[in-house]
Design a protein around this ligand. Structure first.
Ligand code: HEC
Ligand code: HEC
Ligand code: HEC
Length: 131
């Protein structure tokens, strides 16, 4: 009898732990894992406000591509006094050189895999400490 109680208690604890992701999301309304893209030496400013970038960076990249490739509009953009080309490699990846713990963190979480890197160079990643 005593063993039975122990076994049941053990099973209950096991289930509570194993099902943590489910009840945590249900009771708090939050996902238990959210992507945390890390900025490394990216400076202070992006091409646009953070909230805007989060939502529209893909659209912005398409616009840049069309302006450069189709319309030949190559005029540089200026961020914090520095000129950048309207370019994936020569703008975005100059600041966000840590692709694997910035871009990839969000994309892996979402299951998106942009094919851009088939043709465009991804940067050689700078060495930095992993916390
Ligand atoms: C099949 C190869 C290929 C793929 C895939 C590709 N591109 Fe390009 N892209 C090019 C070529 C070629 C140019 C022209 C480079 C130039 O004229 O400077 C270009 C130019 C661009 C430019 C403007 C200039 C520059 O050098 O960055 C942007 C921005 C761009 N592509 C973004 C993207 C994005 C974002 C993706 C993924 C969604 C992507 N491209 C996928 C081949 C490709
Ligand atoms: C001059 C450096 C610089 C350039 C160029 C740049 N970024 Fe950023 N980016 C930053 C910084 C700094 C932040 C954080 C801004 C903040 O916290 O307000 C940021 C934020 C972002 C975010 C939001 C991150 C989050 O945590 O929500 C995205 C997405 C992003 N950048 C994508 C891009 C893309 C795509 C490009 C090219 C079209 C680009 N960035 C070009 C420096 C840059
Ligand atoms: C804060 C999270 C986040 C960060 C950081 C981020 N992305 Fe994205 N990215 C997204 C989301 C969300 C989408 C859209 C997914 C969808 O609509 O299916 C996306 C889509 C894209 C697409 C379009 C993919 C497609 O197949 O249409 C490109 C290109 C892209 N991101 C480039 C970048 C680059 C380059 C960086 C790093 C400089 C970056 N992203 C950083 C969240 C992020």
């Amino acid at each position: 009898m005593r063993d039975k109680i122990k076994i049941l208690a053990g099973a209950a604890i096991f289930l509570a732990v194993a099902l943590f992701p489910l009840w945590y999301v249900r009771t708090t309304g939050k996902a238990s894992i959210v992507p945390e893209p890390r900025l490394v030496n990216a400076g202070k400013e992006c091409v646009n406000a953070k909230e805007y970038m989060r939502e529209y960076h893909m659209t912005m990249l398409n616009e840049w591509r069309d302006e450069v490739v189709r319309e030949g509009r190559r005029s540089p953009i200026v961020i914090a006094g520095v000129e950048y080309q309207k370019s994936l490699s020569d703008a975005c990846m100059k600041c966000h050189a840590n692709k694997s713990d910035f871009c990839d963190v969000c994309h892996n979480y979402l299951g998106v895999s942009p094919t851009c890197w088939d043709c465009h160079n991804s940067p050689k990643e700078p060495k930095h400490e992993i916390r």
